[in-house]
Design a protein around this ligand. Structure first.
Ligand code: S3P
Length: 179
């Protein structure tokens, strides 16, 4: 592996860019365990992200992200970690692992989500995607911030998952478990 910070790989990027899908595909190829920060938060709280936003608001959710980030830094090694789209703002992100930004245009992301067989669900579970124009503004605000945080940037638009995973393995010089 090229980068060693805690030996985790941390995917960051905008909602719907495919962080979860790409992590799961990568984990199948290398010797690593997989975790997702939204899943960790949902199990800790025993409720969905959408319910956390509705019942306690975004600020509370961000607090949970910071708690999760501290726990990951202390306790997790050798994992592929996919994160929620706003997780990159935690102050210790850099200490959790090698940060890989999955980059696509906003329209590319919308296209990807709309083509999905469960498209309605993909939108419904993401409170910050409910208003397209607001989401586009958020995307514009965040894009340079994602880039600034990244150790590695992977362009995912118009690329299939297999090709993306191959590129990540090559760029990070990861050891493949099996062909
Ligand atoms: C968020 C992204 C979501 C989830 C929450 C907030 C964001 O995760 O953490 O709805 O601020 O961008 P995904 O990136 O998996 O959609």
């Amino acid at each position: 592996m090229l980068y060693h910070k805690n030996k985790n790989i941390v995917f960051i990027g905008f909602m719907g860019v495919g962080k979860g899908t790409i992590s799961r595909a990568l984990i199948k190829k290398i010797k690593c365990f997989g975790l997702d920060t939204d899943d960790l938060i949902e199990s800790m709280e025993n409720r969905k992200i959408k319910a956390i936003f509705e019942e306690d608001g975004e600020a509370y959710f961000r607090k949970l992200e910071r708690k999760t980030a501290k726990w990951l830094e202390k306790n997790v090694k050798n994992a592929v970690i996919s994160t929620g789209g706003g997780f990159f703002k935690v102050e210790n992100l850099d200490s959790i692992g090698t940060i890989v930004y999955l980059r696509s245009s906003f329209d590319g992301i919308l296209r990807r989500l709309r083509e999905h067989e469960n498209a309605d669900l993909k939108f419904a579970k993401r409170p910050l995607l409910s208003d397209e124009e607001k989401a586009r503004t958020l995307f514009k605000e965040r894009s340079p911030l994602y880039e600034a945080k990244a150790d590695v940037i992977i362009n995912v638009e118009e690329q299939n998952v297999e090709a993306i995973v191959k590129e990540i393995i090559a760029v990070l010089k990861l050891k493949k478990e099996k062909e």
